[in-house]
Ligand binder design. Structure first.
Ligand SMILES: [Zn+2]
Length: 439
């Protein structure tokens, strides 16, 4: 490189490297190899001025050239399913046996025992600091809506959201279960607009589900909200809440964004049944969010038994059926998932390997950029490398997907508005002051 990136960059820079075609806003196919296209990204005054094939006439005379020597250029990434309110409690509230039911109880106990607002904000901000350092520009978080605690916790997170505006676009979605009283869900629908506009619901297949969904869809329609479901987070193939969600959306003619997170059970469905569900999803415009790190950790866990399944929604079949598929982090260092750092580069690396999203990787990078940006309703340049968009880029030394998958991207450079940021994630010791924390 002609300039050391951490010394600050002039306002006029050309970054030379390879861009995933799926992260460009227009069709550029020339010279693509493995979905990666050699390109020059021209940055000026904090924005992307142009995206061009290399070797053309020098349109930016005097620009500093940052030559990645074939390294991959990613846009700022979008994490559309997280739980900022739950995260970073693994040391004080571990999951005794790693199972889902144990996680539900341990997370509820943690929130009841350590319900202080300072505790919540310190943990949530720690996760935003990590996401920012790793190059993420937008985060959607579900926010547990326990009637005793929700309003003051949501208010505190709304303040945090405002404080982070311009660094990370944070969306906060009130998150309740199917067992919550209808009046309480209505209260949450009244508040969801303040957090960015989606109501989040945990549903399970069973006799009461259709009525609950009709109520939720009606409520969302009246409040102008998108719907984001946790559904089929089980390896039990008898579960098909996703099909019921799609049917409820179709019954109501609901035309706002509907998203199904998890969808793990679909992987166990017979091919014809699965095809029917996925076709209906595509028809209704319902998006799927797979959570490969968390669900590989959590699903199909029985102490003493090696997991037989990967806990991954059938993402290949979904995409082939025309369903928009995103990949996201889900829980971070809590009873549901003991690991994770809201690092979408690392998430994508794991997803490629767990989900065989390769041979070729092709368009899969869209699942961490433009697709989740669309689900969140963000401006169209978000998660893309597009002329006119912000100069928010992640610059890697890896030149192809094999190099990308081989090593953690610890040497990445993250540019925000054309300037390198400190990519050091927050120190774990910053959490030691939390109530009950014992590292
Ligand atoms: Zn979740």
């Amino acid at each position: 490189m002609t300039t050391h990136p951490m010394s600050g960059l002039p306002s006029n820079v050309v970054v030379r490297g390879r861009v995933p075609q799926a992260m460009l806003s227009g069709p550029v196919t020339e010279g693509a190899r493995g979905g990666l296209i050699p390109l020059e990204v021209h940055l000026q005054d904090g924005r992307i001025a142009a995206v061009r094939p290399p070797g053309g006439p020098p349109s930016h005379a005097g620009a500093t050239v940052l030559d990645l020597q074939g390294g991959i250029i990613l846009p700022g990434l979008v994490d559309c399913h997280t739980h900022l309110d739950k995260g970073q409690v693994a040391a004080r509230s571990p999951n005794a046996d790693g199972r889902f039911v144990t996680a539900l109880a341990a997370a509820a106990a943690d929130a009841a025992r350590h319900g202080g607002i300072d505790d919540l904000v310190l943990r949530a901000e720690f996760q935003l600091r990590a996401a920012f350092a790793h190059g993420t520009v937008a985060v959607r978080s579900h926010v547990d809506a326990h009637p005793d605690r929700f309003d003051r916790r949501f208010d505190a997170l709304l303040n945090l959201r405002a404080a982070w505006a311009g660094r990370i676009a944070v969306q906060l979605c009130p998150f309740a279960g199917q067992d919550a009283p209808p009046g309480w869900i209505a209260h949450l629908a009244g508040r969801a607009g303040q957090g960015g506009g989606a109501l989040s619901l945990f549903v399970q297949d069973g006799p009461g589900l259709d009525g609950f969904l009709d109520m939720a869809v009606d409520l969302a329609g009246r409040h102008g909200l998108d719907l984001d479901f946790h559904a089929d987070e089980t390896t039990d193939p008898a579960s098909n809440a996703t099909a019921r969600i799609v049917a409820a959306v179709a019954r109501a003619g609901f035309d706002r964004q509907v998203t199904v997170g998890h969808g793990v059970a679909l992987a166990g469905h017979a091919p014809d049944d699965l095809a029917r569900t996925l076709d209906a999803m595509a028809q209704a415009g319902v998006a799927l969010v797979a959570l490969p790190q968390c669900n590989a950790h959590l699903m199909g866990r029985t102490p003493g038994r090696t997991p037989r399944l990967r806990g991954l929604a059938p993402v290949h079949e979904a995409r082939a059926a025309g369903v928009r598929v995103a990949l996201a982090s889900d829980n971070t260092r809590d009873p549901f998932h003991a690991y994770g750092d809201l690092d979408m580069v690392e998430l994508f690396r794991d997803a490629i390997r767990f989900g065989q999203l390769d041979q070729p990787v092709g368009d899969w990078p869209a699942a961490i950029g433009p697709v989740p940006a669309g689900i969140m309703g963000l401006p169209s340049a978000t998660g893309c490398i597009a002329a006119g968009g912000p100069a928010d880029l992640i610059l890697l030394t890896a030149r192809n997907w094999s190099e990308f998958g081989a090593r953690p991207a610890t040497g990445r450079i993250v540019l925000r508005a054309g300037q390198p940021i400190d990519t050091t994630p927050p120190d774990w010791r910053d959490l030691d002051a939390l109530d009950g924390m014992d590292p």
